[in-house]
Write a new protein. Sequence first.
Length: 440
Amino acid sequence: MLKVLLNRTYRHLFLAQVIALVGTGLATVALGLLAYDLAGADAGAVLGTALAIKMIAYVGVAPVAAAFAERLPRRAMLVSLDLVRAAVAVLLPFVSQIWEVYVLIFVLQSASAAFTPTFQATIPDVLPDEQEYTRALSLSRLAYDLESVVSPMLAAALLTVISFHSLFAGTVVGFLGSAALVVSVSLPIANAPEPRGIYDRTTRGIRIYLATPRLRGLLALNLAVSAAGAMVIVNTVVLVQSRFGLDQRATALALAAFGGGSMLAALVLPKLLEQIPDRRAMLAGAVLLVAGLVVGPAVSNYTLLLPLWFLLGLGYSVTQTPSGRLLRRSSHSEDRPALFAAQFALSHACWLLTYPLAGWLGAKAGLPLTFIALAAIAVIATLIADWVWPAHDPEEIEHTHIGMKATDPHATGAVPVGSGVRHRHVYVIDNHHTDWPRSF
């Protein structure tokens, strides 16, 4: 897997991602302490609102940012967004009002909503070989999982010698380091898109996404992933410390079990995806998520919770990690930023639904019913994915263009048929192909 790091451009981008993630993790810890400093017993409400603002920014800003991103040099845009995030982190230690936290979090997460899809859409152009790109996806998944483990540990160590306000300095360093690494490499230039209006550019990614059967299946799988993930993220502390009467260390260990399952899956996925199709692997991962949620109500002690969380981590990563491969297969280079932004927005819309559901049901109806409700969502989502994503999903599809003349540049090599032409090539939704062929 690490061979992909021999590519200098990807290596610098990966390191930029890791450094920025660690900085973001430090900011997450510091933000929780800042909320308590400002709101005391109401800190939970402040953090809940901040998370909701984060998701709203992710869902609303990403498609709009992608519309402008396709007109800007990628490197300049990524560096500028890192600098915006660093500037917000500089200001956070000086806030004295809760509303100021909300404003800065919205700006910070809006910049992240523009940065992340643009960054993700750049990697397929840096690593055009599918095997190398798959390894890069697994490394990215590992980076996210390690961040969830390393950042809290690093924050705890730093808090023994500095105040929590100083943790924001680590965030600033992370974003500045990310910007420096991006500056240090030349990024591939995507093909220039055809001139389009702002509405077309804003909605293009979502229109491509919803018109592509495999991506409609991915959207359903996103919902299954968010159902299981929300149960773990929202209710682990309730299960461990309230139901089982254990301490914060036990909570951290349970979350580490989930992260460990996810990391193990990320390590084996590159080889696994050489043997089986993405669809089969991702549906198998979703079945693991369903199984874990179904048996959840029967978990009566902490010893049983750890392997369950490990199983959910496996399913989480197996279902989610290959999504970049689907997005890559389903778009031209010039449309990738818009399509990755659509995935970013739509997947976080799923989280925006399941996060409050997991929390509200857990508090009002109890954890067993919460497991069952989220399992039902995951089952329905998995069945929908299996239905809308055809098992026979070739990249090249033979199709007919009604009304297209044989002299059209797109018809080169096509066979005239009736009032149009017929040919076969890698099929993606674009200006020439606005709908998926009905036979597929």
